[in-house]
Write a protein that binds this ligand. Structure first.
Ligand SMILES: Nc1ncnc2c1ncn2[C@@H]1O[C@H](COP(=O)(O)OP(=O)(O)OP(=O)(O)O)[C@@H](O)[C@H]1O
Length: 267
């Protein structure tokens, strides 16, 4: 067991694993303050990786960096590399809208637009000039099926999204993110505002989605991380302390603090 507070990084073997996204020495500052020490991580394609750690440990800061959402925070500065398809997407010359199309995000609180279910899903596509009704209909049906919501809403597509339950709204937000055909889906505590049944539905949906998408999720729930993810990264005080297969993190972590955290003996 390592006692030192050092970043621990398991490198995935590129010969055996297909890597969807890599960060190299990724650091984040808010003003002069470093919120995240250098993080070097690789995310395997078609797998779910959980980011866990106590409040303020830097999980969301790291997650938001991956699709350049920290660009929207004036005081934030992100250094290091984010390699996606051999391109460092952390370069200022890279088109952030293109990045966010490939690397979509689902937020903690469901945030559907005050529009119909149909319009929520087609909004971004229409703005991109897609007008063909049949094509739009197909996207609505496909993404709602992927988000496990189609059967519940197929006869009410013109109903306001705000009339859906919280869990349904979150699945609509997943469908909306999928409509842009992203490659990677970032999820920031997607089930934290939901009841246990809706949470179970979202978790089931994630298992379906990972056949086609690489998923990176921030979660406060150890049970959720253990249930849904293939890999888990443990953050502590702005550092990545340990990254490994989820089963190793939960049964034989290498770092004492990881063990303390996952077993609930933290602090
Ligand atoms: N917009 C911001 N401006 C300044 N500091 C910030 C900002 N967002 C986060 N921080 C700081 O960065 C550190 C990491 O915060 P972050 O939200 O990434 O942690 P977290 O692990 O996701 O926490 P939580 O689980 O509570 O969401 C904290 O010290 C936090 O106060």
């Amino acid at each position: 067991m390592e006692n030192k507070l050092t970043s621990f990084t398991r490198k995935l073997d590129p010969k055996q694993k297909e890597i969807a996204l890599t960060t190299e020495d990724l650091r984040v500052f808010y003003g002069p303050k470093a919120a995240l020490e250098p993080v070097s991580l690789q995310f395997e394609r078609y797998k779910i990786t959980s980011l866990i750690g106590a409040s303020g440990s830097g999980k969301s800061t790291y997650l938001r960096s991956l699709n350049r959402m920290n660009d929207t925070i004036a005081s934030a500065r992100v250094t290091g590399k984010i390699l996606y398809r051999s391109v460092d997407i952390n370069q200022p010359t890279v088109d952030v809208y293109q990045v966010r199309r490939q690397i979509g995000m689902v937020f903690q609180r469901p945030n559907p637009f005050s529009k119909s279910i149909y319009d929520n899903i087609t909004f971004a596509l229409k703005r991109r000039g897609v007008k063909d009704r049949q094509q739009l209909d197909e996207v609505v049906e496909t993404t709602l099926k992927q988000a496990s919501l189609w059967e519940q809403v197929k006869d009410d597509l013109n109903k306001s999204a705000l009339s859906l339950s919280g869990g349904q709204q979150q699945r609509l937000c997943i469908a909306r993110a999928l409509a842009l055909q992203p490659d990677i889906l970032l999820m920031d505590e997607p089930a934290s505002a939901l009841d246990p049944i809706s949470t179970a539905n979202i978790e089931n949906t994630m298992q379906e989605l990972k056949q086609h998408y690489t998923i990176i999720i921030v979660t406060h729930s150890m049970q959720q991380a253990a249930r849904v993810s293939d890999y888990t990264a443990f953050f502590h005080l702005g550092k990545l302390l340990e990254f490994d297969y989820t089963r190793h993190i939960f049964t034989r972590p290498k770092v004492q603090l990881t063990e303390d955290y996952v077993s609930g003996h933290f602090g």
